[in-house]
Design a protein around this ligand. Structure first.
Ligand code: FAD
Length: 474
C-alpha cells in the first residue's frame, strides 16, 4: 500500500462488519484501508460460517427431499447417492465467488486491501505483519476494530478438526459420520447437526441448559424441538461434558448431569464443539492505546461505537449484541456514518434471527416470555401452516406464525415464525416494526394486500385474532 500517506480510516478485519464499513467509507469519499489476515475477505461469515453452512444445508435438504419426500409427490428416484467431494466443491465455489466479489467492490470504491495481521501500536498507528513477509505501519486518523469472534473452547476437549471439530471442521468432513455428537444446542450446532443428520448421521445434541436455543419463544421452541426429534435428533439436555478421548477412529465423550451425578460415556465418530463463540482480539495490542473490555470480555463501546480510546471504534461480533452477520454490517454502516458527522444508528430491537434448519425458525422482537416478565399487557395471534393453502399444496405443513402485540396500542412487539421459508417471511415483519421507529400496528400489517397461495398469507391470518380483539376494544 501507499506507505507514508495518512489514511482517514483503517479497518482491522475484513468480515461482514469490516468489509461493509470499508465499502461504505469508500462510498463516502474517505481514504480507507482494510487489513485482513486470513488471506480472503468475507470473515467468518463468508469463509467458515453463514455461506458454507447454507450451501451444505441446501445440498443436504435436496438429498433429503429426494430420499424422503419426492415419493409422496409421485416422483420415484432409484439409487440416489452422495458424492461428498462434489457437494463440498459446490460449497467452495459459492464461497470463493462471493469473496472475490468483495475484492471487486473494494476496487470499485477505492478501498485499499492490506493482506496481513494488524496491530495497534500507538495513537493512529496500525502495524501490519504482511502475509507476503515483512511488516509495515499505516498511520490513520481513525481505526475501526472489526476482528470478529472465534469458537469458545471447552475445558477437557482439544479440537483437532478431524474427530473433535469446531463448526469449521464440521463444514469440511470427508465422510458422513455414523454417529455425530453436537455439544451445544444453539443455532450453529442445530444447523450443522441437520446437515449431517439429513445425510445419514445419527445425531445427539448434548446441551448444558434445560432447553435448546434458549433465546427462542418458548412455544415455538417446543414445536421446533418436537420437529427435530421427529427428524431423528436425540437430545440430552441438562447435561455437562467433562472430557473426551480420541481412540482410533472414535471419540469417547464423558458426560454427567449438569447439577452433578453419575457420569456416562457416549461414543461418536465425530464430536462437534459448538458451545458458543467469544470475541477475538488476540495480539491486537488493545492495551497499547487504552481500549478497554466490558464485563463479558467484549470491546466496550459507547452508542457511537467509540471505544475507551480516542479515534478507535469497534463493531460486529467483537462488541456487545447478537453475534450475527447482518448486525455486524449495520454496525459498520452506522459507525462510518458517524465518522462522517451523520447520525448513524442501529435499532437492536429489530435485528431478526433465523435458524436455517427445516423447518426454518425466524424471529424478531420480544418473545412471549419477555413480554410477560416485563408485565406488559399483550395479545397473541397465531396461525398454523397446516391450514395454509400453499403449505398444504407442497405438503410442508409444520409450524406456525405467531404475533405478539401490545394490548392497548396494537404495536407489534415480536414475531416468531417456524415453517417453510420462515427466514424469508420474517422480513416484512421487520419492515413493519421498523416503520415509524417500531410503531407499525397490527392493523397496518392487515390493511396490506396479501397474496393467496403463499406462505406469507399465514401472517395475515395470524394477525386477524389480534385485530378482532382490537376492534371489540374500540
Ligand atoms: P468476522 O466475520 O469474524 O470477521 C473478522 C475478520 O477479522 C476475520 O476474517 C479475521 O481473520 C480478521 N482478523 C481478526 N484479527 C485480525 C487482525 N489482527 N488483523 C487482520 N485481520 C484480523 N450469522 C448470520 O447472521 N447468519 C448466519 O446464517 C450465520 N451462520 C453462521 C454459521 C456458522 C457456522 C458460524 C461460525 C457463524 C455464523 N454466523 C451467522 C455468524 C457470523 O458469521 C458472524 O456474526 C459474522 O461473521 C461477524 O462478522 P464480523 O465482521 O464481526 O467478524
Amino acid at each position: 500500500f501507499a506507505s507514508g500517506e495518512q489514511k482517514d480510516v483503517v479497518i482491522i478485519g475484513g468480515g461482514p462488519g469490516g468489509y461493509v464499513a470499508a465499502i461504505k467509507a469508500g462510498q463516502m469519499g474517505f481514504n480507507v484501508a482494510c487489513v485482513e489476515g486470513r488471506g480472503r475477505l468475507g470473515g467468518t461469515c463468508l469463509n467458515v460460517g453463514c455461506i458454507p453452512s447454507k450451501a451444505l444445508l441446501a445440498s443436504s435438504h435436496l438429498m433429503h427431499e429426494i430420499q424422503k419426500n419426492a415419493e409422496s409427490h409421485g416422483i420415484i428416484v432409484d439409487g440416489a447417492r452422495l458424492d461428498i467431494a462434489k457437494m463440498m466443491a459446490q460449497k467452495d465455489k459459492a464461497v470463493s465467488g462471493l469473496t472475490k466479489g468483495i475484492e471487486g467492490l473494494f476496487k470499485k470504491y477505492k478501498v485499499e486491501y492490506v493482506k496481513g495481521w494488524g496491530k495497534l501500536v500507538g495513537k493512529g498507528q496500525v502495524e501490519v505483519a504482511l502475509l507476503d513477509g515483512g511488516s509495515s505501519t499505516i498511520s490513520t486518523r481513525n481505526i475501526i476494530i472489526a476482528t470478529g469472534s472465534e469458537v469458545s473452547p471447552l475445558p477437557g476437549l482439544t479440537i483437532d478438526e478431524e474427530r473433535i471439530v469446531s463448526s469449521t471442521g464440521a463444514l469440511s468432513l470427508k465422510e458422513v459420520p455414523k454417529k455425530l455428537v453436537v455439544i451445544g444446542g444453539g443455532y450453529i450446532g442445530l444447523e450443522m447437526g441437520s446437515v449431517w443428520e439429513r445425510l445419514g448421521s445419527e445425531v445427539t445434541v448434548v446441551e448444558f441448559g434445560p432447553a435448546i436455543v434458549p433465546t427462542m419463544d418458548g412455544e415455538v421452541r417446543k414445536a421446533f424441538e418436537r420437529s427435530l426429534k421427529k427428524q431423528g435428533f436425540n437430545f440430552k439436555l441438562n447435561t455437562k461434558v467433562t472430557g473426551a478421548a480420541v481412540e482410533g477412529d472414535s471419540v469417547k465423550l464423558t458426560v454427567e448431569p449438569a447439577k452433578g451425578g453419575e457420569s456416562e460415556t457416549i461414543e461418536a465418530d465425530v464430536v462437534l464443539v459448538s458451545a458458543g463463540r467469544r470475541p477475538y482480539y488476540e495480539g491486537l495490542g488493545l492495551e497499547s492505546v487504552g481500549v478497554e473490555l466490558d464485563k463479558r470480555g467484549r470491546i466496550q463501546v459507547d452508542n457511537r461505537f467509540k471505544t475507551t480510546a480516542d479515534d478507535v471504534y469497534a463493531i460486529g461480533d467483537v462488541i456487545d449484541g447478537p453475534m450475527l452477520a447482518h448486525k455486524a454490517e449495520e454496525d459498520g454502516v452506522a459507525c462510518v456514518e458517524n465518522l462522517a458527522g451523520k447520525a448513524g444508528h442501529v435499532n437492536y430491537n429489530t435485528v431478526p434471527s433465523i435458524v436455517y434448519t427445516h423447518p426454518e425458525v425466524a424471529s424478531v422482537g420480544k418473545t412471549e416470555e419477555q413480554v410477560k416478565a416485563e408485565g406488559q399487557e399483550y395479545k397473541v395471534g397465531k396461525f398454523a401452516f397446516v391450514a395454509n393453502s400453499r403449505a398444504r399444496a407442497v405438503d410442508d405443513t409444520e409450524g406456525m406464525v405467531k404475533f405478539i402485540a401490545d394490548k392497548k396500542t396494537d404495536k407489534i412487539l415480536g414475531v416468531h415464525i417456524m415453517g417453510p421459508n420462515a427466514g424469508e417471511l420474517i422480513h416484512e415483519c421487520v419492515v413493519a416494526m421498523e416503520y415509524a421507529c417500531g410503531v407499525a400496528s397490527m392493523e397496518d400489517m392487515l390493511c396490506t394486500i396479501w397474496t393467496p397461495s403463499t406462505y406469507q398469507e399465514s401472517s395475515k391470518y395470524a394477525g386477524i385474532p389480534i385485530l378482532i380483539t382490537q376492534y371489540l376494544a374500540w
